[in-house]
Design a protein around this ligand. Sequence first.
Ligand SMILES: [Zn+2]
Length: 447
Amino acid sequence: MRVSFFGAAREVTGSNILVECAGKRILLDCGLFQGVKLAEERNFAAFAYDPKSVDFIVVGHAHLDHVGRLPKLLREGFQGRIYSTAPTLELTRLVLEDSEKLMSEESKRDNHPPLYLEEDVGGVIQLFETLPYGQSLEIAPGIRLTLMNAGHILGSAISILEAEGKKLAYTSDLGNNPSELLLPPDVVADADFIICESTYGGRVHEDVSRRGAKLNKIIELTISQNGVLMIPSFAIERTQELLHDIEHYCHVGNCAVPRFYLDSPLAEKVTKVFGKYPEFLNGKVGEEFKNGAIFALDRVQITSTVDESKEIDSSPTPKIIIAGSGMMNGGRILFHLQKYIEDSKNSILIVGFQARGTLGRRLVDGEREVRIFGKKYEVGAQIHKIGSYSAHADQPQLVLWLSKIAGLGKIFLVHGEGDESLALSKAIGDKMKADVAIPQQGESYDL
Ligand SMILES: [Zn+2]
């Protein structure tokens, strides 16, 4: 068994791992490299392997940095099967259709051909075969695949490959536990090798129980200042958690939430997918679904068209706007930022990871002057952060989860900026006896 790391190696985007075993080539995820742009230039470079030679792909979850180069792979000759859970297939279709549109706009601005076309997205979706959690499938003679719940986003999976007498597990991304919406990540009882994410390998998340109070405070501040609260949000999971929390705030806080917009057609579609898979949600939320009003969909104003989105800016304050993209490197949030970022009575609430180079990261780092669509803006708006909305496990959770796996010969840490992976590696070393590697881009290991 040979494993090669071609993405999310000492960084957080572009997840792409090649496993060669029992005469087959299997890719784990095929994600987009993201930064200042939705699709960084690096995505246009040739794959390090021949796409035609890949037999299977296993997709851990539907985030763009895990699925975003699938259509490119198809365009360049991949014709094998793609395995995932059923919600991951549905969400992948939505995410790829959305990003294809955004990237075609980006490519016109940058004056180069797009990474892939609409028809490539359709082609990729045709290749999927879905698997429920816990059911093992022989995908080729001598190779078994099992998907387990990763608790990260709806349908997210830990992939377990068994071949040549070895067992390799890959977390894709591992969820933050407890989650308001999802079941906690499954425990992997045993594995010889694990490839584990390390996004927050060096950090301890804020206590989840405090986030409701923090959110209330920020909403109250917005109301008292007659301002605008902008929440750049990932369309999957984060937005539904926010909708769920703001709904809860309405009921429990018994407060009049101001005008409240969900300005993300993708998030709107994704929220509907959640409704189709109550069995993938934790019991409490599944019950709420049966009783109807979940995710505040009856209260929030959904702006599907561009004209509706533009009208938000002429509506009276105070108001809350949830819009993508989560790292502010594209999407409708940029238009609202252009209008509202300079005024100190407005706020921006950061609820997700902000990769290096993105506008979101600049704001978190306290930069007072930023560029949006090439134009300079003074940052007057207040920047708030709630860390506990993270969909990723933090250091103590990762170490605890890893420590339950029996027989681990080696741990590979991926999907983390260098210092995060290094901090996790040290923490693992303190708590358990394990051989840890932090692979570099392009590095291969014979297992
Ligand atoms: Zn993810």
